[in-house]
Design a protein around this ligand. Sequence first.
Ligand code: SF4
Length: 407
Amino acid sequence: MSSAFDFEPKPRRASVAVDVGGVIVGGGAPVVVQSMTNTDTADVDQTVAQVAALHKAGSELVRITVDRDESAAAVPKIRERLLRLGMDVPLVGDFHYIGHKLLADHPACAEALAKYRINPGNVGFKDKKDKQFAEIIEMAIRYDKPVRIGVNWGSLDQELLTRLMDENQAKGSPLTAQQVTRETIVQSALLSAELAEELGLPRNRIILSAKVSGVQDLIAVYAMLAARSDHALHLGLTEAGMGTKGIVASSASLGILMQQGIGDTIRISLTPEPGGDRTREVQVGQELLQVMGFRQFIPVVAACPGCGRTTSTVFQELAQKIQEDIRSSMPVWREKYPGVEALKVAVMGCIVNGPGESKHADIGISLPGTGETPAAPVFIDGQKAMTLRGPKIAEEFQLLVADYIDK
Ligand code: SF4
């Protein structure tokens, strides 16, 4: 019979630590949140602005597309501009097809990047594949850069897939087509890592990922990878989708894997709404790690969902306002008040759970529900500190939160 302890997070899987421009991935280091731009990298202004926004939102590594000469030429300029803005954020170059050529032709790009991401499924034309793969690995060795070998089932090595399908058939098809595909994804990553090591890339310069778009496939593939290697793992559900679907699918799959101790860095790939905010993926990644108790980035605002006892929207608006205030103040607070991330604020809608939840927070307010006396008790460090009344309850509570943090 299982006990409650069986559901506790498993210890982190032992993996080889990789230094990505000063950010440690794996080896027991805190799970790193990363993201990727969607600007044309050749457009230096736009890319700098987006990298800066992502980094400011909390992205510890930012990946940029390097798809042609113009974008490779822009990379050192982007890096330089970011450094001038005081942002030493490691940039990861995303290479497909011609990465070997771009890195060879643009040494300043090869130097400016903190990591190269390559895809074994499209690193080159079939007959030249190993040669081109080897060229990228040689560049990584020359510039002392780590490489992420990122398999994606949308661009899976077809030769390997066909071989494993044939082998399975020859054995009487003990595996389903889905299982063979999963095995191909895993083998593609592991064989590429082996080859990179044979070529001289040290183990502590290799990160693996194997992205698929199905939640169950992703969990299965990473569980297999985790069992068969000790390379640091980059987790991400590819083509996760838009809006709530993308958030739910990513959180479900990555949450389950991290609960098993699997994963050293995460990227939440969300399709942004037209004109939507790219930093949302960073926020979701941070919140996922935070709600699971693996890292703390920002004070928690506990708010009840509201119900028929709250006829006004005052408390939802207040909870949202407090959350936004905290988020926008964090860059300053983080510097000024070490440990501020651990703060807990409660904004509750009525007397039923309001006082109890507020007492559990560092600072909390229980707003009056329908039919209750129009008074809002405020609790600080578990004790009732005062009662707010009148039309300015929300503004006064915001000041109290700011005051609490100051003290
Ligand atoms: Fe409803 Fe009150 Fe519970 Fe909030 S605390 S959900 S308002 S009963």
